[in-house]
Design a protein around this ligand. Structure first.
Ligand code: PEP
Ligand code: MN
Length: 237
């Protein structure tokens, strides 16, 4: 979830790459529910991601929370994430749309309808940046056992209503590491264009989202298990 140290990020990045990952995501600016929870390493965290990119060749993804840091993100990051909590921060959406043509990963808001989500993507595109990737990360429901409820209908619905790629984040959806494997498989079967999966070498000690993080060996296993499913639906891992 978060950049914690250079050693941590580079070790996980190498393991994830060896297992077949082709992007590295780490949070440097973290939107935490509690102001007393770890808030991320900020700019220093972005520099660690840049170092991990140099060490592995993996392009990097990180969440932008405030336009104040937009220039720095444009300089350092390959794919700019706008998190669920900022999906309707229209001012931020307009600013990223205007300032860059770098791809923007727009996560679905906690209780956003498809129309609201698509309109948020529209804000970025109407401001001049057509390169938007949508990310379903689970929505709020009456269920409290899981962190959120993964709405896999998002894949065919987004494909029906838009031309945009859609990826699935099963980690934030279920909030439990053992839900990631089956739901990632279901997402690939549903035709998603990518997965965003949290991997940590020591989840018990993670500063954020340990319970939903896969250890590298489990991630490697999942990548192997996804291949035949991707083949069956004409996709490539
Ligand atoms: C994240 O991707 O680390 C994150 C905070 O997710 P979301 O915005 O979907 O809650
Ligand atoms: Mn997280």
């Amino acid at each position: 979830c978060s950049v914690e140290s250079k050693e941590q990020v580079i070790e996980i990045a190498k393991a994830a790459k060896a297992a077949g990952a082709n992007l590295l995501r780490g949070g440097a600016f973290k939107p935490r529910t509690s102001p007393y929870a770890f808030q991320g390493m900020g700019s220093e965290g972005l520099d660690i991601l840049v170092a991990a990119k140099e060490a592995t060749g993996l392009p990097i993804v990180s969440e932008l929370m405030d336009a104040e840091y937009l220039d720095e993100f444009i300089e350092k990051v390959d794919l700019i994430q706008i998190g669920a909590r900022n999906m309707q921060n229209f001012d931020l959406l307009k600013k990223v749309g205007k300032a860059t043509k770098k791809p923007i990963l727009l996560k679905r808001g906690l209780s956003a309808t498809f129309q609201e989500w698509i309109m948020s993507a529209e804000y970025i595109m109407a401001s001049g940046n057509p390169n938007v990737i949508l990310c379903e990360r689970g929505v709020r429901t009456f269920e409290s056992y899981t962190r959120n409820t993964l709405d896999l209908q998002a894949v065919p619905v987004i494909k029906e209503l838009t031309h945009l790629p859609i990826i699935i984040d099963p980690s934030h959806a279920g909030g439990k590491w053992w839900l990631v494997n089956p739901m990632a498989k279901a997402a690939v079967a549903a035709g998603c264009d990518g997965l965003m999966i949290e991997v940590h070498n020591n989840p018990e000690k993670a500063l954020c989202d340990g319970p939903q993080s896969l250890k590298p060996a489990k991630f490697e296993q999942l990548m192997k298990e996804l291949k035949p499913i991707a083949d069956a639906v004409g996709k490539e891992i």
